[in-house]
Design a protein around this ligand. Structure first.
Ligand SMILES: [Zn+2]
Length: 310
């Protein structure tokens, strides 16, 4: 199981939370308990895990009937063209023909690789569009995500088992962050059916290799979108933001996940404006646990001097 409290000096680079936990079941990954980002990889080589994930995906694809070759062009190549000096029937190829056969194979390989790359790209962009649509992401943010994805392809970052799906999701996550309309890993994970940790890892990889330099998110960036999802109006947003401001001034948000501070502020604001939402409802749209909302609520209500709201 995960243990916590042993990484007191570290903060999540994504949300500034100090609430980091080590998951010893997964080889000691350091995970942000607030936003779900994998802050540090496990001590153990990730190779076998990636491969297992890929074969899992292959199975899924095989079941749904879409071609497997999208995922790994090498696989198709390996089964189709043998690199030995034997022909299809296992007879040795005469020496004089070898050079020619080698050229044909080489040429065949190049075509296959470029076709596979194009197919991969078009599949990835289609996927990006679908996931973006599911999440209600506007066109310009999807374009930004596509640009980030293309850069990842150019820099050859989609390899070593890192699936296309997780890089697509990471591109969407990064694009939303870039325009300061962050979406939670939870939300992208739900829309894409890709594991949250895999998205987080792929994102960290992108951020590092493409030097994205995105600043940590703040509670403000989540207030409007969470309120919209809760069907709360402008007044609730304004009051929530005011509560966020007071929380930040009082130092409550320091080292705490921004989604938790936003969620608790909205909880209080919804009561103040007479449109109360339950902690459960807020937990659902924010991806923050009810326990975290309650903890932040207690801290914030203390500085606001509003007892007995629970
Ligand atoms: Zn975090």
């Amino acid at each position: 199981m995960a243990s916590q409290g042993d990484e007191l000096s570290k903060r999540c680079p994504e949300c500034n939370s100090e609430h980091l936990v080590r998951d010893y079941e997964r080889g000691g990954e350091l995970i942000c308990n607030d936003c779900g980002m994998v802050v540090e990889d496990s001590f153990i080589d990730q190779g076998p895990e990636w491969r297992a994930f890929d074969s899992e995906q292959d199975d899924r694809r095989a079941r749904t009937g879409s071609p497997m070759t999208f995922l790994s062009h090498d696989k198709g190549l390996a089964t189709e063209i043998s690199w030995s000096n034997k022909d299809y029937y296992g007879k040795r190829i005469p020496h004089k023909n070898r050079a020619q056969i080698y050229r044909v194979r080489k040429w065949h390989q190049r075509i296959r690789v470029s076709n596979a790359a194009e197919r991969n790209l078009s599949m990835a962009l289609q996927m990006l569009n679908d996931i973006g649509a599911k999440m209600g992401i506007p066109k310009d943010i999807k374009e930004t995500a596509a640009l980030i994805y293309r850069k990842a392809v150019e820099k050859n970052l989609i390899r070593g088992g890192r699936s296309i799906e997780s890089i697509v999701c990471a591109s969407i996550y990064a694009a939303c962050r870039k325009v300061n309309l962050p979406r939670t890993l939870d939300e992208i994970s739900k829309a894409s059916d890709v594991n949250k940790k895999k998205i987080g890892k792929a994102y960290r990889h992108l951020a590092k290799e493409l030097s994205l330099n995105l600043k940590p998110t703040t509670p403000y960036s989540y207030v409007a979108q969470f309120c919209n999802k809760l069907d709360l109006d402008k007044q609730a947003i304004v009051v929530s933001e005011e509560i966020v401001r007071k929380s930040i001034e009082a130092g409550i948000s320091s080292g705490k996940g921004p989604t938790g501070v936003a969620a608790a502020s909205i909880y209080i604001a919804s009561v103040i404006v007479g449109k109360p939402r339950t902690q459960k409802e807020i937990a659902r749209v924010s991806g923050v646990t009810e326990v975290t909302i309650r903890n932040r609520y207690k801290e914030i209500s203390k500085i606001l001097g509003i007892p007995g709201m629970e």
